[in-house]
Design a protein around this ligand. Sequence first.
Ligand SMILES: NC(=O)c1ccc[n+]([C@@H]2O[C@H](COP(=O)([O-])OP(=O)(O)OC[C@H]3O[C@@H](n4cnc5c(N)ncnc54)[C@H](OP(=O)(O)O)[C@@H]3O)[C@@H](O)[C@H]2O)c1
Length: 266
Amino acid sequence: MDKNYALITGGSSGIGFEIAKDLAERGYSIILVSRNEQNLQDSCKAIADEFSVSADYISSDLANKEAVKHIYQTSKERGYTVEILVNNAGYGIATPFHETSLEDEEKFIRVLATSVISLTKLFVRDMVDRESGKIMIVSSVAAFAPPSAIQVLYGPIKTFMNRFSDALNSSYNRLGITSTAVCPGFTVTNFHTASNVQKMMDDVPSFMKFSAERIAKEGVEAMLKGKVLCVPTKTYKLLVFLLKATPYWFIRLLENTLAPGRYKTK
Ligand SMILES: NC(=O)c1ccc[n+]([C@@H]2O[C@H](COP(=O)([O-])OP(=O)(O)OC[C@H]3O[C@@H](n4cnc5c(N)ncnc54)[C@H](OP(=O)(O)O)[C@@H]3O)[C@@H](O)[C@H]2O)c1
């Protein structure tokens, strides 16, 4: 039986699929989690064919409350020891906050945050018993950016996830378990089409867009080194540095000048 499994949520496409391939190349066996079964089958086959490792999948919708238990139990029943947990699945909501239902927002929070916490809670217990394990949370540069007018909850959830990852790292690194928050900037994946913001992505200058392969490579290297935070690419490292160094009132002033009326009340 293979010992070193990496479980990757949202591993059937985009950044998650590239992370899975990178880890397979390093010899890890792979478990992919997402909803579309055909995509999962195709991605597993591609990984198994290219890297000669075992690649399995668990089809599950992380917006469902029971999903996390099902994922954990299935991986136990199949005898997998999850050495690496990558919490990557995600999407955006482009509809204005006042037009979405509370259920839409609750599902969003479940996929991007609650399921991350629950999955980590279950798998970290086994990591504590073994005194080894790696956790990655795919966050975003949005965690450091000023509020977005169209995606009200996205940035705050990613900030929360960064803090959660940081706290995990502090709690468990003495036991040989680390957690790394990986914060990509604009990355060319299906994310923007799935989130109905492809038009906005098309307008982003090409020097600010990076391939999922590049993001995955930098993210995996940081995770394997046990780094707390990884902002892939020099472009976004500089941007995050500037965002952290600049006083918030100045950023708001700049935004108000570039996008006048955005913060104006009636
Ligand atoms: N692309 C960017 O510019 C960018 C920038 C910063 C951060 N990120 C973050 O990177 C992560 C990966 O995004 P990506 O760009 O690789 O997007 P992507 O290509 O759209 O991949 C998203 C993955 O998540 C899965 N997924 C979505 N909803 C799910 C659900 N309810 N339950 C289970 N799986 C679900 C999708 O598969 P199914 O649809 O089949 O379920 C897919 O495998 C996200 O957390 C995102 O916030 C992306």
